[in-house]
Design a protein around this ligand. Sequence first.
Ligand code: PGA
Length: 248
Amino acid sequence: MRKPLIAGNWKMNKTNREAVALIGELAKVVKDAACDVVVCPVSICLSDVLKAAAGTNIKVGGQNMYHKDSGAYTGEVSPVMLKELGAEYVILGHSERRQYFKETDGDINLKTKAAMAHGLKPIVCVGETLEEREAGTTYKVIEEQLSGSLNELDPSKLELLVIAYEPVWAIGTGKTATSQDANEVIGFIRKKLAEILGAKAAEETRILYGGSVKGSNATELMNMPEIDGALVGGASLDAVEFGSIVNY
Ligand code: PGA
């Protein structure tokens, strides 16, 4: 049985003070959630956000990390650092990382392996652009992203893995994939996971949908059999709106 997971990706929003205040508001509205609730603030806010979230049902994750434990990698944070603070999750390969920071499937593969080796739960993002969708290559693109990012994972750590299907054209645009479309692509992802990681992992891995999820469409998306949760951007910055997604 896959436990639903709703994760908020705050992206480059909220100062430390604002982030801590948001946790205070969120704690009240998500306290009775039936799903796992995760927020991913910017890395410099993680320490205070984790303190603010202590004793609540809110789990915390990073938005990115480098795959090395430490070293001369200016500006990066490591899995060891995330883990020591108490972060449980880390978003990897978000389309904004792929697009603006030129991350490749190979980079995401290294990061995914490193996160799992340190007991972090990677939320590995895949999804097609509008051009790729219109060219009819959605499935091919996703297949490549999955096989490139999930290469040679440690079989004993697969229960940590989370996948997010985020069609790039639906992120921050107000356009949501129809729940049927999202369900179909996520069903395809599960089939590919079975080929790459085996049937058991495919059955147990949570696969989220992301792209303009809000309170008004969360229930319909969450009712689809293949969709195990949501990765929420814009709507996660408002406690009431995020609360209405979490309590779908
Ligand atoms: P959005 O972002 O909910 O603002 O569309 C989703 C994401 O990028 O994870």
